[in-house]
Design a protein around this ligand. Structure first.
Ligand SMILES: [Ca+2]
Ligand SMILES: [Ca+2]
Ligand SMILES: [Ca+2]
Ligand SMILES: [Ca+2]
Length: 833
């Protein structure tokens, strides 16, 4: 009796095996296997570009996982009246259109219950079901309208129940590859079942083949069988004997249940996992027009030498790898492996040491092997063992966080989707940063891509950069920050950079756009003109142009202005970025006198064309500097200019139009003589504002000696002039506050006449909240450095003073201490006039 190794077992059998399935996997260090979702009888997985995971079940549902969560309602349930899911039949494959983002197309392979019944083991019945490939539309609602179905390939026979194959994968060439089995037993009834079934050698049948069609079901122009002696088989599943089906891409296969596209190859490269009969499981490298030998050969070995195998057909292609039933798989520690199922190429750079590896699963021994090529020969080693019987069925890499994981389906344990991941505990992923120069220009366009600015939170981590240039070329990896790349075809390309550390943690992707064949725009500043200067407060107008080979004159909205205020070696943002043309702003003043010597403006114009390409120009705009001289009479006294005390004469650099604050305060001069301002040469008050003129100028402060002459001393009975402990009033409360200055008028109180120029007084500080000092000085004068009275907390302090009166016959009291208040008492015992 021929042995069958059905990758998909009938439900009753699957339950028996599920009970025996163990989750005692062994994985290499750093790898983990975890449950994604429990899904009964899962057959295939595909991912949409927006991150949805699609899972087909043999019974006929299309399930969707959003963010790793299985939606409770299937996106599509093929009604039982329309599907045969017995034996190895059912919904067996799913593919996502390369342009899914715009067309929302998904493709399904299922067994159509064409005649209302699902017989098994009766291959010549005329009412057996048929396999078909259909296109559906999967909207964002995740509800597929059954009416969206477009049948692309139909009536592929399913004569016996088993060997339906049923994988769907898009190649890098944008065409859809479809696998079909030999039907398990001869549909024509002229050979037999199992190893005797020669249906895959019937080139007019879509059985035991890899098919290739366009997304609309058409024949790609490079399919191998076209022209005389060929015909379409998409409607009937066959043509007349003696002709070949134009859908056929390769043939001579038994049950090519799963195929795998190499994501690392520059062109479309598939491996085909063809389930064997009694002795050998095999992996084939897919090639156009190739005959993989079944049923004349099983693996590299003669299987039949009768019928179409007599004489042996020429040009049969051997597998790239095979392994025997029963005994240990060469290179591994695993035995009892009898049915090859899913396969997947490991994306380069994803896992340490796995570049170039092909993973292949066996359904009977529950293992995934790691195949590597050396000298043109492929050899196996253990990767994962102990997945249990009925596992894994299909393999595919898909998104996992910022990296990718190996996803697989298993019938074990009731059915589930699981994933195998790699990660080092405690390691954080890097953060990528990408730029490109130039982003446009004539083709061939040499672009320098830069990963500068990429980083990793873990000190000392070494980064590798993975560039996807967006033009279909394979991902490129490098440890260099700078990567040159040449585009030869005009277009708009989205370039993606991911950074990876030495522990194989990936950054989130970052993208940028390059537009080879599109010319960069040209920016020009018209105003301010080259060499233009400004005065403070003057209106500066920003006008410019942007011109582009494709767009012509760019609109004002395409112009963006930034003005920087340079100060010595750094800059301050002053304006923008602001879009438009003809913008105006008042020219600024310098920060201070020093900044006036080393500050200027820089006007920056960036123009952007409709392709997003930019060009930036800039122009310096200098202030009109003016030298001002500040002199004093007598020389050597000080004036204050913009907050800076300068000895007269001093020359300063100022900007035309700048409003400079000047002051000539009373001060001690040569010989200890006290000086006060008599007049400024420009007629201004002691403190006034000078608007810097266009030409150099001198400002002179003329001082006079501030002498107070008296002719008589008059005495009084001591009289209390001020007591802040008393009720609030000009000479009463409140207490003096820390840091505050208060004025008291002496004229007219305690008998002090309006002619008094000074007081003889006793000053007392009482109830101080903190230690400090009092300074009493004539109102209208600057506070002198010398204090009048120092006090402490807890006891009154007093001092006798001769107190000069100032403006209005009053004196000021400044209270210098940290916090709180102090009371002031002033007793007068005489005056001078
Ligand atoms: Ca036959
Ligand atoms: Ca073969
Ligand atoms: Ca890291
Ligand atoms: Ca352009």
């Amino acid at each position: 009796m021929p042995r069958h190794h059905p990758p998909l077992l009938a439900a009753g059998v699957a339950l028996t095996l599920a009970a025996a399935a163990a989750r005692g996997q062994t994985l290499p260090a750093g790898f983990a296997d975890s449950l994604v979702a429990s899904v009964g009888a899962p057959t295939a997985i595909a991912f949409t570009p927006d991150g949805r995971m699609l899972v087909t079940t043999q019974g006929g549902t299309l399930r969707v996982l959003l963010g790793g969560v299985l939606l409770p309602t299937p996106a599509l349930t093929i009604p039982s009246a329309r599907i045969c899911a017995n034996s190895e039949r059912g919904l067996l494959g799913v593919a996502v259109d390369p342009d899914f983002a715009t067309n929302r197309f998904v493709y399904l392979f299922y067994t159509f219950r064409k005649w209302g019944v699902c017989p098994t083991g009766q291959p010549t019945r005329t009412d057996n079901p048929v396999n078909r490939v259909s296109r559906f539309t999967l909207p964002d609602t995740n509800v597929v309208d059954p009416a969206s179905e477009v049948v692309l390939v139909d009536n592929v026979r399913s004569p016996n129940g088993n060997h339906n194959a049923g994988d769907l994968r898009f190649g890098r060439d944008g065409t859809l590859y479809v696998t079909t089995g030999d039907g398990g037993a001869d549909y024509a009834g002229d050979s037999g079942g199992g190893g005797s079934n020669d249906a895959s050698r019937d080139e007019f049948q879509l059985l035991g083949k890899v098919l290739r069609i366009t997304r609309d079901g058409g024949i790609p122009p490079t399919n191998p069988f076209q022209g005389p002696g060929t015909a379409r088989c998409n409607v009937a599943g066959e043509t007349t004997p003696g002709n070949r089906c134009q859908e056929t891409f390769a043939w001579g296969l038994r049950n090519p249940f799963r195929i795998a596209l190499d994501p690392n190859a520059a062109t479309t490269r598939f491996f085909v996992n063809d389930v064997g009969q009694n002795a050998w499981e095999e992996v084939d490298a897919l090639a156009a027009g190739a005959d993989y030998g079944w049923n004349c050969r099983e693996g590299e070995h003669v299987a039949s030498s009768s019928g179409p195998c007599s004489p042996a057909p020429p040009g049969m292609v051997d597998p790239v790898w095979e392994y025997p039933h029963g005994s240990t798989v060469p290179g591994t520690t695993t035995s009892g492996c009898n049915s090859v199922t899913g396969g997947a190429f490991v994306p380069n750079g994803l896992w340490p040491g796995f570049d170039g590896a092909y993973l292949v699963a066996d359904y009977v021994c529950g293992a995934i092997f790691r195949l590597t090529e050396s000298g043109g020969a492929w050899g196996a080693s253990d990767f994962v063992k102990g997945l249990g019987s009925s596992s894994a069925t299909s393999l595919t890499f898909g998104p996992w966080g910022t990296a990718q994981a190996l996803y697989y389906t298993t019938y074990a344990g009731g059915g589930s989707v699981r994933r195998i991941t790699y990660g080092v505990a405690g390691n954080s992923p890097p953060v990528a940063s990408a730029s490109a120069t130039p982003r446009g220009g004539s083709v061939p366009l040499d672009v320098t891509f830069s990963a500068a600015g990429s980083s990793d939170p873990d000190p000392g981590d070494v980064l590798t950069y993975f560039w996807d240039f967006g033009d279909g070329s394979p991902a490129f990896s490098t440890t260099s920050l700078s990567t040159p790349y040449t585009y030869t075809t005009p277009g708009t390309y989205t370039v993606t950079l991911r950074a990876r550390d030495q522990d194989f943690a990936f950054s989130a992707p970052v993208t940028l756009t390059v537009v080879p064949g599109n010319q960069l725009p040209v920016a020009a500043i018209a105003s301010p003109a080259a060499g233009a200067t400004f005065a403070v407060g003057e209106t500066v107008t920003l006008t410019g142009t942007g011109t582009d080979a494709e767009d012509g004159a760019l609109p004002p909205s395409a112009l963006s202005w930034t003005v920087l205020l340079h100060h010595d070696t750094h800059t301050h943002p002053f304006l923008g970025p602001t879009a438009g043309n003809g913008l105006t702003f008042p020219a600024p003043a310098p920060e201070d006198l020093l900044a006036a010597t080393n500050s200027w403006l820089e006007v920056v114009l960036t123009v952007t064309d409709s392709a997003g390409l930019t060009h930036t120009v800039s122009r310096d705009l200098q202030p009109r500097k003016v030298t001002l001289t500040f002199a004093t009479v007598p020389p050597g006294l000080h004036v204050t200019v913009s907050g800076t005390s300068l000895p007269g004469p001093s020359a300063v650099t100022a900007w035309e139009g700048w409003s400079l604050a000047v002051d000539a305060p009373p001060q001690s001069g040569p010989g200890g003589v006290w000086y006060e301002l008599e007049s400024w040469s420009d007629g201004g008050a002691r403190a006034h504002v000078v608007v810097v003129p266009a030409a150099p100028a001198t400002y002179t402060a003329t001082f006079r000696e501030a002498v107070v002459a008296t002719t008589g001393l008059f005495t009084l009975e001591p009289c209390r002039l001020v007591d802040t402990r008393a009720a609030a009033g000009p000479l009463g409360g409140p207490a003096l506050a820390a840091g505050a200055t208060r004025s008291f008028v002496a004229h007219g109180s305690c008998g002090v006449p309006a002619t008094a120029k000074a007081l003889v007084a006793n000053v007392t500080a009482v109830d101080a909240a903190a230690p400090g000092f009092l300074t009493l000085f004539p109102t209208g004068r600057s506070q002198p450095l010398a204090s009048t009275l120092n006090f402490v907390v807890g006891r009154p302090r007093a001092n006798n003073v001769l107190l000069l009166l100032g403006t209005g016959g009053s004196f000021d009291v400044a209270a210098g201490f940290g916090a709180g208040t102090v009371h002031l008492v002033v007793d007068v015992s005489g005056w001078l006039e």
